[in-house]
Design a binder for this molecule. Structure first.
Ligand SMILES: [Mg+2]
Ligand SMILES: [Zn+2]
Length: 180
């Protein structure tokens, strides 16, 4: 039987980003990995409500040569363990690579949904940037925008806008009720 999933962006959704000139960047050391407030409880609640927890993350600094893929994998494994995620899926590419996984493309969501037998119509995608919202909509999920006030374009038409993941949890659970 297929299940709902929460497709969660990583930096700025689960853990604190490093903000430079109003824009978010991934942590560059294990010491910089810091969960955002309420994230552990939010993940636990979603999991208890029957959601798969799948982190989908663009890490273009791998393609740009400024982040070590092994370090990214280490941070991902740590988050997976801390939050009880089912998996963390990474796009290591940049725009020029023309891959099908870099958000706003829905590739990571669609592939993961197949692996975990996810019902996309009951699922949600949560993120702090327009690429997250766009990817979630393209994949056929509901979308939540975490507005962290960055100096960049806001996403068009998310289904819900919140200040953090925890605030979105009751809505995510309520909207995933199976049709009757
Ligand atoms: Mg983010
Ligand atoms: Zn990619």
């Amino acid at each position: 039987m297929s299940v709902p999933a929460a497709f969660l962006d990583r930096d700025g959704t689960l853990n604190a980003p490093v903000v430079i000139n109003g824009r978010p960047y991934p942590p560059e050391s294990a010491e910089e990995l810091q969960l955002l407030p309420g994230v552990e409880a939010a993940c636990a609640e979603l999991s208890a409500a029957g959601f798969r927890l799948i982190c989908i993350t663009n890490q273009p600094d791998i393609a740009r040569g400024t982040q070590d893929p092994a370090f990214v994998a280490t941070l991902n494994a740590r988050l997976k363990e801390l939050l009880g995620l089912d998996e963390v899926v990474t796009c290591p590419h940049d725009d020029a690579d023309g891959c099908s996984c870099r958000k706003p493309k829905p590739g990571m969501i669609l592939d993961s949904a197949r692996r975990w037998d996810v019902d996309l119509s009951r699922s949600v995608t949560v993120g702090d940037r327009w690429r997250d919202v766009e990817a979630g909509r393209s994949a056929g999920t509901r979308t939540v925008f975490i507005d962290r006030g960055y100096a960049e374009r806001a996403p068009a038409g998310p289904d819900l806008t919140v200040v953090d993941l925890k605030e979105a949890v009751p809505w995510i659970i309520a909207t995933a009720e199976p049709p009757r």
